[in-house]
Design a protein around this ligand. Sequence first.
Ligand code: B12
Length: 215
Amino acid sequence: MSVSSTLDKLKKAVLEGDDEIAQGLAKKALKEKIEPLKVVNEGIVPGIQEAGELWKQNVYFHTDIILCAEAFRLAMEVIEPKLSAGALAKSGKIVIGTVAGDMHNLGKIMVNATLRGGGFEVIDLGEDVSQDAFIQKVKEVNPNILGLGCYMSTTMLEMKEIMSRLNNEGLRDKIKVMIGGVPCTQEYANEIGADAWGKDAFDAVEKAKKLMGVS
Ligand code: B12
């Protein structure tokens, strides 16, 4: 099977929410020696992006998206360790998580993958992460960057409060803060005093590297 055929099939499996098929194709792509980042960028990501478009057009519903999310997750599960292993230099250490009250994680999974692909060590705290848990982890592992994922307007305040907590705990000067997710904007990052906003997974890597002064 040709490279493009495997990646096309992988994209289709994610788009159609065929989780086991997507996972099998991700493994197959690696066996065919396709570069892990290429599998992400040309197979898995286009599938979920197209699913997002269909959602916007009201063609896909919640149930469809949940299936796509699972297919995305299982395919990424195969590729992610290879991205970490393949990363040569360590660009820096990032603690990342979805803020409290928010369970969305697809965007964060993608950002994790591209950050790892970009040479960052990523410590993912998961979803619905409390302010205490973020602060505790920052104290414990002393990351270069804290990444906050927020996907609903109703959970945006969490990011502002985390910024205050970082200030109050004397941690603000020790790390950079990067925010991302659907309702986030550069303006909001400025408003709460974050260092960067990542428009998408690729912008997130660029901004993170810029914050670290690496290219
Ligand atoms: C998929 C989805 C779900 C799935 C989530 C599956 C999962 N495992 O994540 C399910 C069905 C479970 C779900 C549930 C809900 N959802 Co929903 N969901 C979406 C949807 C359709 C797509 C989100 C997504 O995954 N996009 C694809 C990813 C790849 O894109 P992304 O998240 O934008 O991420 C990119 C960038 O933002 C950036 N990025 C992301 N994170 C980060 C982090 C950092 C640090 C950086 C730098 C960059 C970055 O890079 C990513 C990759 O390029 C959006 C609609 C939309 N337009 O976004 C609604 C949406 C986010 N959901 C919404 C709502 C309301 C809900 C529910 C409350 C629905 C309900 N009534 O039950 C629940 C919330 C439950 C909870 N407490 O969190 C609303 C939020 C509205 C608001 N108030 O702002 C939206 C906007 C839909 C809408 N228009 O109404 N949802």
